[in-house]
Design a protein around this ligand. Structure first.
Ligand code: GLY
Length: 367
């Protein structure tokens, strides 16, 4: 099966996203052209290390590249100052230089933390993303948003720092637990919904068999990455269009905060529910027909995904408290909530013009 390439052509910081099976096993050959000396630092986490670190290190050795690895605990709790400090000081202890490459092997937590560490060590070293989850392959590894969580909220500390290469090995997704895979799929659906109605229709037809069809999986990852790359090239630092990537996220962040960022709701599950709610709100505002939110929910349900607040286990705060939680989102501008609404599937746009009563009603009806 061929490896696909998507170019992220940012001036002075251009890089490739390579997509296909077997990319970890060929990582030595992929990374070698970037190196000024044959050694790399790898930062990963314990679960991923058990599955994929040996393959990566063997692939590097096969090209004569020395590697040394730091493995952090898995989970969102790692994405804070203590593990960040540990990673930064480890990179300095290992005498990582400006010209060296740091490899982030893991899902979104590792990619974000390691990217941020690479952004600040010696005022910036290059890094390679080797995303091991569907969510990281289609979203967090591409586009250069790096960072950690603060007690005040998620991703509030960070930097834009683009990777020098992304190796999205779709073969790794076979070992993902189903729930995590479907959570990543929430971000895949988001791309169809925000800007490509044909891709959404393709997902309706092909989504349920993605795990059994490697070529279809590559297509889904490639189309998602292409869409993300195009938006990032237009608006790297989210002054405008990049906010479209936050379709479903204003609702999602309130739900994640309400569930304590716990296992009750994974990020991509919240994105999927948030997309359904955003389409519902769009229909109520007369922006699109009522068939569109129904179609979104039907597809999520056909995939076996959560579609409504009632699908989230445990008690949730009432609609008014959820709207208050939205006010703490970092997408608030001049105190006004920014929403991504849609004029139809594939036609999302950014607006601050969504009355609180409409949001309240949508949340009440979804409970
Ligand atoms: N995950 C949203 C973005 O990269 O802008």
């Amino acid at each position: 099966m061929t490896v696909e390439t998507v170019a992220v052509d940012l001036p002075g910081r251009a890089y490739e996203v390579r997509i296909g099976p077997g990319l970890v096993a060929s990582a030595g050959a992929e990374i070698a052209p970037l190196l000024r000396r044959p050694r790399v630092a790898i930062v990963t986490e314990d679960t991923v290390a058990g599955l994929h670190l040996a393959v990566l290190q063997d692939a590097l050795s096969a090209e004569g590249i020395d590697s040394f690895a730091l493995s952090l605990p898995p989970g969102e709790g790692t994405k804070g100052w203590p593990q960040f400090t540990l990673a930064v000081e480890w990179l300095l202890d290992r005498q990582v230089e400006r010209g060296d490459i740091v490899v982030a092997l893991g899902g979104g937590v590792i990619g974000d933390l390691v990217g941020f560490a690479a952004a600040v060590v010696r005022r910036g070293v290059r890094f390679v993303q080797v995303p091991t989850s569907l969510l990281a392959q289609v979203d967090s590894s591409v586009g250069g948003k790096t960072g950690i969580n603060a007690p005040q909220g998620k991703n509030l500390i960070g930097a834009f720092h683009q990777p020098s290469l992304v190796l999205a090995d779709t073969g790794l997704l076979a070992t993902m637990p189903e729930r995590d895979f479907l959570s990543g799929y929430g971000e895949v659906v988001k791309y169809g919904l925000l800007g490509d109605a044909d891709f959404f229709a393709w997902l309706e037809a092909n989504g349920p068999r993605l795990r059994d069809d490697p070529a279809a999986l590559i297509h889904a990852v490639r189309r998602s990455v292409q869409m993300k790359a195009a938006i990032v090239m237009r608006d790297e630092t989210e002054q405008g269009d990049r906010a479209l990537l936050n379709l479903g996220h204003t609702f999602c962040h309130a739900l994640e905060a309400a569930t304590g960022y716990s296992n009750r709701l994974l990020h991509g599950e919240g994105v999927a529910i948030g997309c359904a709610l955003a389409f519902e709100a769009s229909a109520r505002l007369g922006l699109c027909s009522q068939e569109e939110p129904s179609r979104v929910r039907e597809h999520l349900a056909a995939m076996g995904m959560k579609t409504d607040l009632s699908d989230i286990p445990g008690e949730l705060p009432g609609a008014a408290a959820l709207v208050d939680l939205m006010g703490q989102d970092k997408k608030v501008v001049d105190g006004q909530l920014r929403f991504i609404m849609a004029r139809g599937i594939g036609q999302a746009f950014v607006t601050t013009d969504v009355p609180r009563e409409v949001v309240l009603q949508v949340l009440e009806d979804a409970a």
